[in-house]
Design a protein around this ligand. Structure first.
Ligand SMILES: NC(=O)c1ccc[n+]([C@@H]2O[C@H](COP(=O)([O-])OP(=O)(O)OC[C@H]3O[C@@H](n4cnc5c(N)ncnc54)[C@H](OP(=O)(O)O)[C@@H]3O)[C@@H](O)[C@H]2O)c1
Length: 167
């Protein structure tokens, strides 16, 4: 199965200048815990944006249009279909960005791990608009206390796609 994990600010903003919009203490730790031992699937720009690559203790699948390209430490895929075929059939696969990959995998994803950041950022990369009526909220963990240190609050949410939502 495919799950998406993403930090989304107001207006579905997720990135600017090939960087994240903010660094939330604890969010990277949560990302690591959730994705540990799994396959993570990303576009090449997100791969290039990683400070340390590959991400340890995970199969790093990188999607590129450049047929035959190999990147050290990555399992390569040359289309979305190729990535689907090379994904782990028995386990949860995590789509970790960026904008182009989220958009293409969104219809295939059954679970969303969101970090909802309550702040307006200038951005050039966006997540597709989520119709929350098509998703069931499984859990949430608000962090109002972050406002005093970060200048914004945030909320960890897990959502699952309602079974009858794509009819
Ligand atoms: N907020 C978050 O949680 C989060 C998470 C991840 C990333 N981000 C942000 O998102 C931004 C990067 O996203 P992005 O949309 O610019 O780039 P991206 O999705 O990471 O990568 C785009 C690249 O992926 C490859 N690609 C995409 N679709 C493909 C397809 N169907 N077949 C083959 N290759 C394909 C192409 O690589 P080639 O050019 O090599 O062909 C394309 O240039 C950054 O700002 C990053 O910080 C945010």
């Amino acid at each position: 199965m495919f799950s998406i994990i993403v930090a989304i600010a107001n207006h579905f903003a997720i990135g600017k200048d090939n960087r994240l919009l903010c660094h939330i203490p604890g969010d990277l730790k949560r990302f690591k815990q959730i994705t540990a031992g799994h396959t993570v699937i990303m576009g090449k720009k997100t791969w290039e944006s990683l400070p340390n690559r590959p991400l340890t203790n995970r199969v790093n699948m990188v999607i590129t249009d450049i047929e035959g390209e190999q990147l050290e430490g990555a399992l390569m895929a040359y289309s979305i279909e190729d990535a689907v075929n090379k994904a782990d059939k028995e386990n949860e696969n995590f789509i970790i960005g960026g904008g182009t990959i989220y958009r293409q995998f969104f219809p295939l994803a059954d679970r969303l791990y969101l970090t909802r950041v309550n702040k307006d950022f200038e951005a050039d990369t966006f997540f597709p608009v989520i119709n929350f009526e098509e998703w069931t909220l499984i859990s949430e963990e608000p962090h109002p206390e972050a406002f005093s240190t970060e200048g914004f609050d945030f909320n960890y949410q897990i959502l699952e796609r309602k079974k009858n939502s794509i009819l």
